[in-house]
Structures are given as C-alpha cells and as structure tokens.
Design a protein around this ligand. Structure first.
Ligand code: NI
Length: 199
C-alpha cells in the first residue's frame, strides 16, 4: 500500500538525526494501515472554531469511529486545524469516507454564517473546512514515532503555548499518563522533528 524507502538502516537514521534517546511507543504502527493527517479550516486567520466547539468535535469523532472504526493513535486540535494519526482496520484504506462524515457532521452542528465561495454555494456546500486534507502513509516505526512527536509538539510550534503540557487538546496527556513520555518531554524541541513542516 504505502512505499517503503529502503536504504538506510535504523542505526544510520538515528546517527544522522542524532536520536540518542528514543521514546518507547506502546502502540506499534501497522504496515499499510497507519496514516497521518492534517485537516484545516477554510478560514484560518483568527478562527478558533475547533477549540471553541471542541465538544462537538469530540462527538463527531466518536460517532464516525462507531460507524467506521479506526484507532486514534495520536491527535492534536489547534484552533484552526488538527493533526492526527489513525490506524485503519485490515484491508480498509477508506479514510476519505471517514473524513467526509466527520467534517459533514461537524459543519451541520455549527450555525450558518461563514463566508461561502461561489462554487460551494453552487454545490450547496458549507464553508467550514478546506476541501482537501493532507494524508501521509506511515512507512515504519521511526516514521510513526516522528509523526507522533510532531503532533504533540504542534501547539508549541504554532506558538499557542510555551510548554507542550499547557495545551489541553492533545493526546500528549494520555501518553504521559501511560508512562510513554517523561513529564518534561518537549521542554526542548525533539531533535527528530526539528525542521519538519507538515503545518
Ligand atoms: Ni499544525
């Protein structure tokens, strides 16, 4: 399903990125079934809709998951976009159905009034979310770890908080509770994600 890059051994990669301390993850990725997503609101400037309506967002995630199961490995909700990692059931790569359902159910519960483009008016679409989203098939355990850390570092990256632990809307807190991260994780930028740009 997703291509492996081959070539460099884990040791080579670790040396290259100076990853002296590796975090022990308890939910190993599953080849071909684990995906990273970035999903944006249509209007990002000054828009806090996702955190203002976090309860609705939680509801629609749960409803979608009930109808079309997936494992949520990591998630962060920022005011104007979100990132997450899902693992889909075997032989099921249909993340598009899940995102359409989730985005549609969320929009339906938000009062109308957002600016809507002509093409969307024509199709009777709402203007809450960007139509496109970014997906990336996780290649291996190192790629998985990197994306999990990217997610949890994101509130600091976007300068919403100074410390990872001060942002409530992420799975970071679950990771600490489960003993996966030490409490001071993220006091400095994790070296393996330095310079990565996935929004
Ligand atoms: Ni981001």
């Amino acid at each position: 399903m997703c291509q492996t890059t081959g070539g460099a051994s884990i040791e080579e990669v670790i040396n290259k990125f100076n990853l002296s301390i590796m975090t022990e993850y308890r939910r190993p990725y599953i080849p071909g079934a684990t995906w990273f997503f970035t999903v944006n609101l249509a209007e990002r400037k000054g828009n806090r809709l996702l955190v203002d309506k976090i309860d609705i967002l939680r509801e629609v995630f749960a409803e979608t998951q009930k109808k079309h199961p997936f494992r949520m490995d990591a998630v962060v909700v920022l005011p104007d976009h979100l990132h997450c990692i899902w693992t889909l059931p075997e032989n099921d790569a249909d993340f598009s159905t899940r995102w359409n359902m989730l985005k549609g159910a969320f929009s339906k519960r938000i009062e109308k009034g957002e600016p809507i483009s002509v093409s969307r008016q024509y199709r009777r679409e709402r203007g809450i979310w960007q139509r496109r989203f970014w997906e990336h098939c996780i290649r291996d355990q190192l790629d998985y770890n990197k994306h999990v850390d990217y997610i949890h570092w994101n509130p600091v990256k976007h300068q919403w908080v100074k410390h990872v632990q001060d942002w409530p809307h992420s799975s970071y807190h679950r990771y600490v509770k489960e003993g996966i991260y030490p409490i001071n994780w993220g006091d400095i930028i994790p070296p393996e994600i330095d310079g990565i740009e996935l929004e």
